[in-house]
Design a protein around this ligand. Sequence first.
Ligand SMILES: [Zn+2]
Length: 104
Amino acid sequence: MRVTGNDKLDPDFSKIKKFTQVLGSVTRDNMFTNNSQEWLLPRINPVCENCNKNKKYYIVMVYYKIFPLIKMSKTYHIVCSSCGEKIELDLQEYFKVKPVIIRE
Ligand SMILES: [Zn+2]
């Protein structure tokens, strides 16, 4: 697909691929800040609102890539380990949980 019709200016969208990368997981315990009851992500329920069953969440990065160039439009998501319910995090939220992500 072309936007301007100029081959040199337009990105070739047929070469865009979507990737999903699991960065790790966060548990209910390490999402509370040290010795307090303050949950790191006020917008996200400590237990999945959908299934109420999960003991942890996965943190997932979704990005697009135009081969063979750079990663673009990265987004971060928190995913229930039990039912797969997925909520997009804004960057501020991602930076809050980043230090407590357990790499798998
Ligand atoms: Zn769930």
